[in-house]
Design a protein around this ligand. Structure first.
Ligand SMILES: Cc1ncc(COP(=O)(O)O)c(C=O)c1O
Length: 380
């Protein structure tokens, strides 16, 4: 059965395979001993190989070792875990925060904890798999609203009379790079007495001066908002977090299974995450550089007739008609020394090339990307 399934995927051009790097993450990476210009990573600020972060991780490793040895509740945490949580809370302007082992684990653990059996979850149809899985694990009723459609969300909220309502959305959508109207959703939540759960995975370090979607929309965090984020993308490290009220964080410490029943994050990763937040605050110029690269890339693509949105996020989807088209374009790019991955079903309905921009890219890198992309799209 497993072999049959794999054969079916291969025949449908949907088989996934792994091509690991032989170099650090960065502007260029080595794959199969070949240097590739990298437009495939979520390391938007280039912090994954930043020397200051590496030094902090090394110092922490020398002092505290590698493995945490247990879950946080059973001696696995060291003072850096707590320091990171205080730092996240200050960064996200909330009374408290809790660190998870990944963004995936944060969504998988927090969503079912917050939306219990008699509750209702309202989820955008394009939400990330980790949100979908978190919803699946919850005993709550589930309502999926059309992508960014606040009228639809409002109707669903109006019709539900559950005592707990949780609206879950990404702020920056991971495969389309578009930003949802967090202010509008927040106002709907207020009207319908719902809790707002925002996945800021691709917003943190990018929009709102790096602080994410609430800062972007100029909304002050309050007790009705739960901000989820991850250290694994613009912050260049690993781990997820929830920033929220003290009550919600205390509740998650007691109920979030991915927190309770999993060994704490390795300390070098915790130290790197701490250093990353400090770095982002101390170096606003890297976010400015990222923004410049994003707008420059979009401008060049538009000038070549390639359709792109004007969203100020680092994810640029180039939609194509078929899976074969996506693979062909990606392979053409690869042959030109550029990593520009094809994204196919079931990750997305419409196949696409997902370009991600980094602050490390030079103007020449972006020029090259656009030239080869134009060529690859024309040759389809
Ligand atoms: C929107 C979104 N949420 C959560 C996650 C999971 O985060 P992590 O990679 O830290 O597990 C991702 C990762 O792809 C994501 O894109």
């Amino acid at each position: 059965m497993f072999t049959k399934h794999l054969q079916h995927l291969k025949r449908s051009d949907l088989l996934r395979t792994i091509a690991d790097r032989g170099s650090p993450q960065g502007r260029t990476v080595w794959i199969n001993e070949t240097p590739m210009l990298n437009f495939a990573s979520n390391d938007y600020l280039g912090l994954a190989s930043n020397t200051e972060l590496i030094e902090e991780a090394k110092r922490a490793m020398d002092k505290y070792g590698i493995g945490a040895g247990a879950s946080r509740l059973l001696s696995g945490g060291c003072i850096l875990h707590l320091e990171l949580e205080r730092r996240v809370a200050a960064f996200k302007d909330t009374p408290a925060a809790l660190v998870f082992n990944s963004g995936y684990s944060a969504n998988l653990s927090a969503i079912p904890s917050l939306a219990t059996k008699d509750g209702a979850i309202f989820s955008d149809e394009l939400n990330h798999a980790s949100i979908i899985d978190g919803c699946r694990l919850s005993g709550a009723e589930k309502f999926v609203y059309q992508h960014k459609n606040l009228t639809h969300l409002s109707e669903l909220l109006q019709a539900a009379d559950n005592p707990i309502k949780l609206v879950v959305t990404e702020s920056v959508f991971s495969m389309d790079g578009d930003i949802t109207d967090i202010r509008g959703i927040y106002e709907l939540c207020k009207t319908h007495n719902a809790l707002l759960y925002i996945d800021d995975a691709h917003a943190t370090g990018v929009i709102g001066n790096g602080k994410g979607s609430l800062a972007h929309f100029n909304i002050r965090p309050d007790d009705t908002i739960v901000q989820m984020g991850t250290f694994s993308k613009a912050l260049g490290s690993v781990g997820g977090f929830i920033a929220a009220s003290k009550t919600i964080i205390d509740y998650l410490i007691n109920c979030a299974r991915g927190f309770i029943y999993s060994t704490a994050l390795p300390v070098p990763a915790v130290a790197a995450s701490l250093a990353a937040i400090n770095y982002v605050e101390d170096h606003p110029e890297i976010i400015r550089r990222l923004c410049y690269n994003i707008s420059n890339c979009k401008r060049l693509l538009l000038s070549k007739g390639v359709k792109v949105s004007d969203e100020e996020t680092a994810i640029i989807p180039i939609y194509v008609d078929t899976v074969k088209d996506a693979l062909r374009v990606s392979e053409h790019m690869s042959a030109s020394g550029i990593l520009a991955p094809a994204i196919r079903p079931p990750t997305v309905k419409q196949p696409r090339i997902r370009i991600s921009i980094s602050a490390l890219h030079t103007e020449e890198d972006i020029e090259l990307l656009t030239v080869y992309l134009f060529e690859a799209l024309r040759c389809q």
